[in-house]
Design a protein around this ligand. Structure first.
Ligand SMILES: Cc1ncc(COP(=O)(O)O)c(C=O)c1O
Length: 431
């Protein structure tokens, strides 16, 4: 095929093909659109059963390896990796809900998720009701309707650092035979694994702590594998009824793993937010050191939060690790190894003080991102929460002097020196 009898172009294309396999210790990057079938029957079998790999949008060995890694870290049965956290949230929701259905969400969620619910899912016929007092199971229970298909919340929410009582809200979801979907981006599975406390599905923006290096976007959906067709089938006809042409139902083929199988077969590849195998590799590399990073970031964050709380110019610090935080006691039940590293604090000097802080920092990077190894800062009122009303921002804990920090792995003395230097002008502004 590629000896001297073949032409230059043919040799350029085919001489590197099917080189001898070797066992790479690092996850190999299968940067390919598709995979060569062994023969006629192999192709037919792949299309018939979905086994093996045919085309990267429906499956890729690098992506699969990282899915297994992340499923294990979250104590789940299986995972689907997608191109962003936003894609993970939409994939999870469209796996359980469709037109005419209803979901209940915490008010304290990422603005992109909120926009998705209010603008996009609403146009697809999925209605969302928001719960503000997320610690009160009755507040959730009161919103359950016959067509409710999921409860959605973040384990640690931005901006007030509210911590979800996962077991209590899972119990409400169980009563209604619907899944509790937890966005575990800020906490990470190093600190808490929501599936161990009764949640059914976990989603992440893998762009944040899971990758950690801030080089790629990614998202993941992890399922607990406990879908019960007998108890919850009436809320998930798409899982328990035969498919098109009488094809056996997802539940009959995948049992407890029906939800994640449906996400893999019928949601993620159809909506098409497939991850690049290269990005999957980079997420997997990052996740290998997740525990080390989050442990250090949490330690640094606690030192920074304590330092800020003691500073004259600082009005309040919303960090779970501080005893003053309303959910500090609950954190002892759920968090192990630290309290995370994303939190807000509010300067007495209001927006002017916030402006000079953001423009003055040198070690902190000013950007809209979190969970990076570098420390980051953002002013929510004029950026992420600028489309909210004053009243809504107050409810969410976003005021003119509020700044969001994501603490990295730098030497904490350098972070504090940066804060100390930059809070000098704030002192003048406040005076
Ligand atoms: C809690 C949370 N969930 C989801 C997302 C969306 O993730 P991505 O930016 O990877 O699409 C973000 C992004 O900031 C987030 O903070």
């Amino acid at each position: 095929m590629t000896d001297e009898s073949t032409g230059f172009a043919t040799r350029a294309l085919h001489s590197a093909r099917n080189q001898t396999a070797a066992t790479s210790r690092a996850t190999p990057i299968y940067l390919t659109a598709g995979f060569e079938f062994d023969d006629f029957d192999h192709a037919a079998d792949h299309f018939g059963t979905g086994s093996g790999f045919g085309y990267t949008r429906t499956g890729n060995p690098t992506v699969r390896a990282v899915e297994r890694q992340l499923a294990t870290l979250e104590s789940g049965v299986d995972a689907v990796l997608v191109a962003s956290g936003q894609a993970a949230v939409v994939t999870a929701l469209l796996t359980v809900a469709g037109a005419g259905d209803h979901i209940i969400s915490s008010t304290h969620i990422y603005e992109g998720s909120r926009g998705l619910f209010l603008d996009n899912l609403a146009r697809l016929g999925i209605e969302t009701t928001f719960v503000d007092d997320i610690g009160d199971p009755d507040a959730w229970r009161a919103e359950i309707r016959p067509n409710t298909r999921a409860l959605f919340a973040e384990s640690i929410a931005n901006a007030r650092n509210d911590l979800l009582d996962i077991a209590a809200i899972s119990a409400v979801a169980d009563e209604a035979a619907v899944p509790l979907i937890v966005d575990n981006t800020l906490a990470t599975p190093f600190l808490v694994r929501p599936l161990e406390h009764g949640a059914a599905i976990v989603v992440h923006s893998a762009s944040k702590f899971l990758a950690g290096h801030g080089s790629v976007l990614g998202g993941v959906i992890v399922d607990d594998g406990r879908f019960d067709a007998a108890a919850a089938g009436h809320n998930a006809p798409h899982l328990v009824l035969p498919g098109r042409g009488g094809f056996p139902s997802v539940a009959s083929r995948h049992g407890g793993a029906a939800r994640i199988a449906y996400a893999r077969e019928s949601v993620a590849p159809r909506f098409g937010a497939s991850p690049s195998p290269l990005n999957a590799f980079l997420i997997g590399q990052g996740a290998e050191t997740l525990g080390l990073r989050v442990e250090r970031q949490s330690r640094n964050a606690l030192d920074v939060a304590r330092w800020l709380a003691a500073h004259d110019e600082v009005e309040s610090v919303d960090y779970l690790g501080l005893e003053s935080h309303p959910d500090h006691a609950l954190a002892q039940k759920y968090l192990d190894g630290g309290h995370g590293s994303v939190f807000t604090f509010t300067l007495r000097g209001g927006i002017d003080a916030a402006r000079s802080f953001v423009d003055g920092v040198r070690v902190f990077t000013h950007m809209t991102h979190i969970g990076d190894v570098r420390s980051l800062v953002l002013h929510p009122e004029t950026t992420s929460h600028s489309h909210r009303s004053r009243q809504e921002r107050d409810l969410l804990g976003v005021r003119p002097g509020t700044l969001r920090l994501s603490i990295g792995i730098e030497d904490v003395a350098d972070l504090i020196a940066d804060l100390d230097r930059v809070l000098q002008p704030a002192r003048e502004v406040a005076a």
